[in-house]
Write a protein that binds this ligand. Structure first.
Ligand SMILES: [Zn+2]
Length: 363
């Protein structure tokens, strides 16, 4: 699982994103709201500008978020909504507690119609964390297409090839009738339903496949805690690969690894386990959210093929072939076992193949 924005200097990226957003053609969303880019985000957060919310790195976004949540949402918005619906204090308290603790909202005493009304009032207030910007985030889609275009244009530099969450599905940009089309979704790491003010922040966006974004993560959002920076692909601290390993186990009895491999004859003889090496809670959450264990289990044939090829091509055989065709060993290995095992390009199943290849002594 690759770190996003790793292949490009952050300064260059931010400058380009900034230019794209304030580009004359695409300034509509700012002009519409009568905003300037360096406007401060309400008086509650002196010193935080729109520019900062849009361009700060993920770690900084978490800091800003804590401030918005503790100083503004949990105090001012909560009191405002309570004053509007005085009889619904219990429900409103539990709603705001839920924002922090992910606890289930108590709703026994509140009828569904009223609940909807309160929720929509809160949502309107959340969108309004930016001065005048609520309308834009709430109603206008212009800016989202500008952002998609930005990712399409940067697809080569960013090496957008496979989903940044699962590394299983292709997410590609392709040409159709001369114009660039794309086949990926942009996931909001901090979900836009709960944090609409980060819905157009560059580092809150992760190109991902439909399964990860719309089917799996939608139902299970990440917990906001110290582990989040480690499992968010757009953060500097992302280190999922170092924290995990696909390990190979066998349903065959033999204490020796090499003998075990020889005894593997059918796909059922192989067991794949995605190990959380340091039992990190964030890593566990990532694996569970995207159902990685189950989804990789389904692709066991890739691993079985590697084992099969390794049995046919032990090191001695590879060096014989290399001598015979007068090529170096690495080239021969790439031809036999596939190139992405030896060079990272964000191709699907890259980490999976690399981890297994290491255990089979191919790398
Ligand atoms: Zn995915």
């Amino acid at each position: 699982m690759r770190k996003l924005f790793n292949s490009i200097s952050h300064d260059v990226l931010i400058k380009d994103f900034y230019n794209k957003i304030v580009d004359k053609r695409d300034r509509r969303f700012l002009l519409y709201a009568g905003l300037e880019f360096n406007d401060e985000v309400l008086a509650i957060l002196p010193g935080v500008s729109i520019e900062e919310v849009l361009l700060s790195n993920f770690e900084k976004l978490l800091e800003i978020n804590e401030k918005i949540e503790n100083d503004y949402i949990q105090v001012i918005i909560k009191e405002k909504v309570k004053a509007l619906y005085q009889t619904e204090e219990t429900y409103i308290d539990s709603y705001f507690d839920n924002r922090i603790n992910n606890k289930i909202i108590i709703s026994k005493t509140t009828d569904e119609k009223l609940k909807k009304l309160i929720n929509s009032e809160i949502n309107k207030e959340l969108c309004g964390v930016f001065k005048n910007m609520g309308t834009i985030l709430y109603e206008n889609n212009t800016i989202h297409s500008v952002i998609s275009k930005f990712f399409i244009e940067k697809s080569n530099e960013l090496k957008i090839k496979s989903c940044y969450y699962c590394n299983i599905d292709f997410i590609n940009v392709y040409k159709e009738a001369g114009s660039k089309k794309y086949h990926f979704t942009l996931d909001h790491v901090l979900p836009k339903s709960k944090y609409p003010y980060f819905s157009i922040s560059l580092f809150n966006l992760v190109p991902s496949c439909y399964t990860c974004n719309s089917k799996l993560k939608l139902a299970n959002e990440f917990s906001i805690n110290n582990d989040l920076a480690k499992i968010c692909p757009s953060s500097k601290g992302f280190n999922f690969d170092e924290n995990t390993m696909f390990t190979l186990e066998f349903n065959v009895k033999d204490p020796d690894f090499k003998n075990k491999i020889e005894k593997v004859h059918q796909i059922e003889d192989v067991i794949i386990d995605l190990k959380n090496k340091y039992s990190n809670n964030g890593v566990k959450e990532f694996i569970d959210t995207f159902d990685l264990q189950g989804r990789y289990e389904y692709h066991k044939n890739i691993c079985f093929d590697l084992i099969d090829k390794r049995k046919k091509y032990p090191d001695k055989e590879i060096s014989n072939i290399a001598k015979l065709i007068k090529r170096d060993i690495l080239t021969v290995k790439k031809d036999i076992f596939s190139a992405e095992i030896f060079e990272s390009t964000n191709a699907p199943f890259e980490k999976y193949k690399q981890d297994i290849a290491e255990q089979l002594g191919i790398i």
